[in-house]
Design a protein around this ligand. Sequence first.
Ligand SMILES: *[C@@H]1O[C@H](CO)[C@@H](O)[C@H](O)[C@H]1NC(C)=O
Length: 214
Amino acid sequence: MRFTTQYPILISISTALLGSCAQILSGPEERPQPGHVLADQQEPLMNIPIPGFGGKGSSTDAGDVIISDVIGKDRGINIFAGFTRDISAISKRLNDDTQNTTVLAPLNSEIQKLPRKPWEDPEDYDSLGPSAYEGSDGEDRAHKNLRRFVEAHIMPASPWKEGEKVKSLRGEEVWWEHKEGTRRVQPGNIEVSSVADKVSNGEVWMLKGVMNYA
Ligand SMILES: *[C@@H]1O[C@H](CO)[C@@H](O)[C@H](O)[C@H]1NC(C)=O
């Protein structure tokens, strides 16, 4: 009698041990990046990559790596990755293994050189003046604008074929083509510097520019 009641305990202990082994083993596989610690701290604990899984997006197991696992680890786009976590509908989507997404992630340098912040709208300044983003109303306004910016970079399709027109979550038709030796996202002729990640629920592309978000 006693033994039977002990089994479930043993099982749960070994599951816990396997879990922590997975955590330790997954360490060396990650690219060493100085910006890592910060990104890791914001990652949900559930999304520990399974060791021995091999390549990205090559399996259909329940333990597949998904976009929310990887997007914060690409140091060149961690500003945009932070934005996606701030918008709950988007972070939910990137964390959902039943919905595929192509994320068009502008490089940090592109966001930094924008003439206005992604959450600023000249119309808000026109109608409300320099304090447009102060107070809780201001915060709501900034959040709404940031959401619009992020949605313009989220394509609800993957795989996404060349020339295929897809509406971004913002509602604008977007497609891409090979041009001048690179992938270009249209409209705007924005160069894709690389495909940063291919995982089970989509891809993360790095953009040398931002999509129109007006
Ligand atoms: C989602 O992406 C995976 C991996 O690329 C692919 O195998 C699957 O067919 C896609 N599903 C849809 C509905 O596009």
